[in-house]
Ligand binder design. Structure first.
Ligand SMILES: [Zn+2]
Length: 160
């Protein structure tokens, strides 16, 4: 595996709609492995392929160690409720803001072998999934921030 360089805003690829994956081959498996390793190394809870310079609908999310979810060609099927919380993004170092999103989502995606699966998530996992799925459509969290948060404020959040 390898750690990949993370693409930072304002690189153009971050605002582009990614292409659907059609071949579930060794190259895809390698990309997923490298993305996972890169996300862990960067201390992130999610990473989308455009953030490592690949314009494909591929993302990984892991909000707790050992619970990694690989998403290929994901779509949100249902959403419900609302939550507001602080988000950051590996492509925007040291930038944090409050974002409102649906509280619960149902997502359909493919795994690395191409099999379809559905996942229902709420709260923080639902937020993380939506953040990464947005990346694959070229949508960045900064377009949804209602209020930016300073690092000092963020530390206070962490203490709560
Ligand atoms: Zn992000």
């Amino acid at each position: 595996m390898a750690i990949l360089p993370i693409v930072l805003f304002p690189e153009k690829i971050l605002k582009q709609k990614c292409d659907k994956v059609t071949s579930f081959d060794k190259k895809l498996a390698k990309l997923l492995n490298n993305m996972y390793e890169t996300m862990v190394e960067a201390d992130g809870v999610g990473l989308a392929a455009p953030q490592v310079g690949v314009k494909k609908q591929v993302a990984v999310v892991e909000i707790e160690e050992g619970s990694a979810i690989e998403l290929i060609n994901p779509e949100v099927l249902e959403m419900e409720g609302e939550q507001t919380g602080v988000e950051g993004c590996l492509s925007f170092p040291s930038l944090y803001g409050e974002v409102s999103r649906p509280y619960r989502v149902k997502v359909r995606a493919q795994d690395r072998k191409g099999s379809f699966f559905e996942i229902e998530a709420e709260d923080f996992l639902a937020r993380a999934l939506q953040h990464e799925i947005d990346h694959l459509q070229g949508v960045l969290f900064t377009s949804k921030v209602s209020r930016y948060i300073s690092e000092e404020e963020l530390e206070r959040f962490g203490e709560e």
